[in-house]
Design a protein around this ligand. Structure first.
Ligand code: FES
Length: 137
């Protein structure tokens, strides 16, 4: 219902940046499900990930055990912020400084934030051989 009302308001002419809502659960769309399935098959093994957090850098190599940067970093010993791990809260937000990632789902960041290279690390799957992300945002 939240998405229905939001889409209706935008289609009726209300500027998208004025439509705000809060989600407590996600109802994945068909498009989200397909994207998430495709990205869960993305080969991330060997991807070099550098985390910038608290002004310090931490680099590790992703294994195929993980399909997102947050879980891989936590598994490698990083101490990073997160809450929902479902793409809703944005607690895990970071900025992509180098390389590329694709998010499985995004219910938290608006278009302006995405255009500023902000991503949800819990949903971010690397699509390049190395990635540098900054949590000091
Ligand atoms: S932990 Fe909530 S969006 Fe990533």
């Amino acid at each position: 219902m939240v998405h229905y009302v939001s889409n209706y308001l935008i289609a009726a002419g209300l500027p998208k940046e004025l439509v705000h809502y809060e989600l407590f659960v996600t109802g994945l769309s068909e498009e989200d499900i397909k994207r998430a399935e495709r990205l869960s098959k993305q080969n991330v093994e060997g991807t070099q990930v550098t985390i910038v957090d608290g002004g310090k850098e931490f680099t590790f190599t992703m294994s195929k055990e993980y399909d997102n940067i947050l879980d891989a970093a936590l598994g490698a010993g990083a101490d990073l912020p997160f809450a929902c791990k479902g793409g809703v809260c944005s607690t895990c937000k970071c900025e992509v400084l180098e390389g590329n990632v694709e998010m499985k789902v995004n219910y938290a960041l608006d278009d302006k934030e995405v255009a500023q290279n902000l991503v949800l690390s819990c949903q971010s799957v690397p699509t390049t051989e190395s990635v540098v992300v900054n949590f000091d945002v």
